[in-house]
Design a binder for this molecule. Structure first.
Ligand code: NAP
Length: 320
């Protein structure tokens, strides 16, 4: 079967399409014939060699994908060959025609969700769910600022928060992105490239500020986020690409909390609960993954360059 292999950490040119042996399912495992795999920014950090996770070389990148069950190992009685599924992490990587997974990380994909959409479920939606409901403890009726509402995690968070009865203020860097965030449930959208755009958050909330902020670029925004946070507000740092200086007094005077989060820290039981919620949302139509671009597996390098460019409009996926 074909798979993308990385033999040395480096730029996107180290992603090479190769022929490798097809995986076989051991006890408790499943082989999935993938139709699409999701490209996440974290895949680029790992490939470059500057992420805390450094897989032994050579490796196949990717944690997200969707397809059909090709084979099941002993002791697997929850999945059947031929079933449509999405995967939430893989033993052998998902930038491949087939992937080996622990059965607990393979979840049903409803008929109305395409394989390309299914490839955009795991990291974006599980991260958004974890940030909203586990870390920020967001509640219906609260107001949330999704700071970066146009990318994979931001669109997922916008759909999840609006379906749960929060009032969403989203931000995007392009007109098209802001229109998309609004279509997916943001009540108001702001341009995070415009000067002084955050003062509009105070106008929109009658000076009170927002209860929750999901932050996709903390090194740029964290200090100014605290200016638009209501008393007892919570910020969840999801994305960060550098250092930032903050004035802790702003958190102090609001009894505010700043939470970090890393999807990889989620326990097995919390992950099962998150995917049960996501499965229900995919089934009832409140969760609708948005695919901005589909590329063939052979163009993984182009996908890695594109996922770091501004102007996000949902997910980039590779078709296998
Ligand atoms: P993505 O699809 O590439 O989207 C990036 C988002 O960041 C877009 O909405 C983009 O908006 C926005 N952005 C750009 N400049 C911004 C600014 N100045 N202020 C606020 N937002 C800005 O990436 P993603 O998959 O959604 O992930 C978002 C971030 O979270 C990445 O850094 C990723 O590594 C991180 N992440 C962390 C975890 C975790 O476990 N902690 C999990 C998943 C992702 P425009 O393109 O419209 O400008």
């Amino acid at each position: 079967m074909k798979a993308i292999r990385v033999h040395e950490f480096g730029g996107s040119e180290v992603l090479r399409l190769e022929e490798v042996a097809a995986p076989r399912a051991g006890p408790g495992q499943v082989v999935v014939r993938l139709r699409a795999c999701g490209v996440n920014p974290v895949d680029t950090y790992i490939r470059a060699g500057f992420h805390a996770t450094k897989p032994p070389l050579p490796y196949t990148p990717g944690m997200d994908g969707a397809g059909v069950v090709e084979g099941v190992g002993e002791e697997v009685n929850t999945l059947k060959v031929g079933e449509r599924v999405y995967v939430a992490g893989a033993v052998s990587g998902t930038y491949a025609e087939q992937t080996l997974c622990e059965a607990s990380r393979v979840h049903p994909l409803p008929e109305q969700i395409s394989f390309a959409q299914g490839a955009g479920v795991n990291v974006p939606y599980a991260t958004a769910y974890r940030a909203l409901f586990h870390r920020a403890q967001a509640r219906p009726g609260e107001t949330i600022l999704i700071h970066g509402a146009t990318g994979g995690v931001g669109i997922a968070a916008t759909q999840l928060a609006s379906a749960a009865g929060l009032r969403v203020i989203g931000t995007g860097g392009t007109e098209e992105g802001r229109r998309l965030a609004q279509a997916e449930g943001a009540r108001h959208v702001l341009d995070h490239r415009a000067p002084d755009y955050l003062s509009e958050v105070l106008t929109l909330t009658g000076g009170r500020g927002v209860d929750v902020i999901l932050e996709m670029l903390a090194n740029v925004n964290l200090d100014r986020d605290l200016d638009v946070l209501a008393k007892h507000g919570r910020v969840v740092v999801i994305g960060n690409r550098g250092r930032v200086e903050i004035d802790p007094r702003k958190a102090m005077t609001r009894d505010a909390s700043i939470h970090g989060m890393m999807l990889m820290n989620v326990t097995e039981s919390a992950a099962l609960s998150i995917h049960a919620a996501l499965g229900a949302g995919l089934e009832n139509g409140t969760l609708r993954p948005i695919v901005s671009r589909e590329l063939p597996l052979a163009q993984a390098a182009e996908a890695h360059r594109a996922v770091l460019e501004p102007g996000a409009l949902g997910k980039i996926v590779l078709l296998t």
